[in-house]
Design a protein around this ligand. Structure first.
Ligand code: ADP
Length: 496
């Protein structure tokens, strides 16, 4: 009977939405994917249409339902791009403004004005820095700039949510307004010590509590999806995308380190049930269950795989992301060309919202292949920046390998170069859509489809990349990268 059962992982990513059904061996039964639209109305602004995300999600779930005729769908887990902010009118069900995406830095100036007085207290409570990346100042921007926000607030029909909450609200017919702790921990409004919204933070950012979703443990019931599958299916887990990937890699074990190569790059190091000093990185909630909370140290890089999309869509020097690999390997080296993709400033460990993208080292002999190669190498250098910061906060724990996932980790050139830069083995799983796999795992475990050890055993390794480059060559390449980031830093005028 169990051979006909399955679990769905729904991944509401930044680049696109993916719906994958897994059987009990962790094998993919069906996988559907569709890109979502982004717009860039002003420098530093990044927006998406919440209705486009919803429609794409519904279409993919209907396709998944068709593919799974004859299967019994036990549960759905939802994982999502984090921090991205949606405000909607709960009466009409319509968003009152586009979703402000996590990469959007329109509130940088406001964040700078708060740092001096509130930096330490906010870090202590949330684990985060005061930065435009997180949701709080995005919510405030909408409240201050969109007239309909005040109207709806006064009528008691204004709701805020990250993408998980927006989709759950819609899939449950407007009955559930909720999120999980891993997503809440990215809002700048949630105290990761008490696991509650914090009055000091709500006052600081002037956010009315009435608009906030209820925060639940990650493996709770988030309501039932009706009218899509042959019978209602319960959502039994919600996790931010990076936390879902972390769950898939660690399966509840601490001291693994993972890096995801999606739109951005996200390195996570598990610290068990303690909030470890994080230096230039942030503390985040990995997940909570009814019994415990798993904390992590995280480094977030704002532009990772999306630099490849930019080469495809704007410069049009590649026609697909996978074409970047043969172009990079057609060269024997980078010819001194470096690409700092600071399109939204630089995230960890630089935290420089005024940095801007730069391509350095151009000569008349530079070709589009050099630019493509420099873009791929930039991901590996940025991951090394993060890795060094993890080592700074955790000098005693020897890290033996890096676990990877996300769209761009399918690129063999990038993975080999990453291993060379880290001087560590890089382990790529068979299923690189690890976010969907992770949240399906949590949902499946919570309803008895897997036990934690059978879920762990279902993860298969496809390839391990070992370092081949000499230390000297690696050091000289990396030193030049550090020089390149210095040149791009504070390109826009900082605000004092
Ligand atoms: P997200 O979850 O953030 O939506 P994904 O994990 O789906 O992202 O990864 C998509 C990103 O990976 C895109 O930005 C794309 O440009 C990049 N990407 C996909 N395949 C490759 C590849 N073979 N080489 C380099 N980058 C790639």
């Amino acid at each position: 009977m169990s051979s006909k059962q399955c679990v769905i992982g729904l991944d509401l990513g930044t680049t696109g939405v993916r719906s994958i059904a897994f059987d009990q061996k962790g094998v993919i039964i069906t996988s559907n994917y569709q890109e979502i639209r982004q717009s860039y109305p002003n420098p530093g602004w990044v927006e998406q249409d919440p209705l486009n995300i919803l429609n794409v999600t519904l279409e993919l779930l209907h396709k998944t339902a068709q593919d799974l005729m004859g299967y019994s769908i036990l549960t759905v887990g939802i994982t999502n791009q984090r921090e991205t902010t949606v405000l909607w009118n709960s009466k009409t069900g319509l968003p009152i403004y586009p979703a402000i995406v996590w990469q959007d830095i329109r509130t940088t100036k406001y964040c700078a004005s708060l740092k001096k007085e509130h930096f330490l207290r906010v870090k202590e409570k949330t684990g985060l820095f005061i930065d435009a990346y997180f949701s709080a100042t995005k919510i405030k921007w909408i409240l201050d700039n969109v007239p309909d926000a005040k109207n709806c607030l006064n009528k008691g029909i204004l709701k805020f949510g990250t993408i998980d909450s927006w989709i759950i609200w819609n899939l449950t017919g407007g009955t559930i307004h909720a999120t999980d702790t891993s997503n809440a921990s990215r809002t700048l409004l949630f105290n990761i010590n008490t696991l509650k919204y914090d009055d000091y933070l709500l006052n600081l950012f002037a956010i009315p509590p009435s608009i906030l979703p209820q925060v639940k443990p990650s493996n709770s019931s988030f309501g039932s999806i009706k009218n899509i599958f042959s019978s209602p299916v319960t959502i039994n887990a919600v996790l931010g995308d990076q936390q879902a990937s972390f769950f898939a890699h660690s399966c509840g074990q601490t001291s693994i380190i993972k890096n995801t190569y999606g739109t951005g790059l996200f390195m996570i190091y598990g610290t068990g049930n303690i909030i470890h000093p994080s230096g230039k990185l942030i503390n985040t909630i990995g997940w909570t269950t009814n019994k415990n909370t798993e904390y992590a140290v995280e480094g977030s890089v704002f532009t990772g795989g999306s630099v490849i999309q930019w080469l495809r869509d704007e410069l049009q020097i590649i026609s697909s992301a996978s074409q970047s690999e043969p172009m990079a390997t057609s060269l024997s080296g980078n010819n001194g060309v470096y690409f700092v993709p600071a399109f939204s400033g630089l995230g960890a460990p630089h935290w420089d919202p005024y940095a801007r993208g730069a391509i350095l080292g151009l000569t008349r002999g530079t070709t589009s292949a050099h630019i493509v190669r420099a873009a791929l190498e930039s991901m590996a250098y940025q991951a090394l920046d993060l890795f060094k910061s993890v080592q700074d906060v955790n000098p005693r724990n020897k890290i033996e390998k890096l676990c990877v996932d996300g769209g761009a980790c399918s690129n063999d050139f990038l993975m080999q170069f990453q291993s060379d830069m880290l001087q560590l083995p890089v382990e790529r799983p068979e299923i690189i859509e690890t976010t969907a796999f992770g949240v399906a795992g949590m949902a499946g475990i919570s309803c008895g489809f897997w036990d934690p050890s059978s879920f762990r055993d279902s993860k298969k390794i496809s390839r391990v990349f070992y370092p081949k480059m000499s230390q000297d060559e690696r050091n000289s390449l990396y030193n030049k990268w550090k020089e390149a980031t210095k040149r791009s830093s504070k390109w826009e005028t900082p605000i004092n």
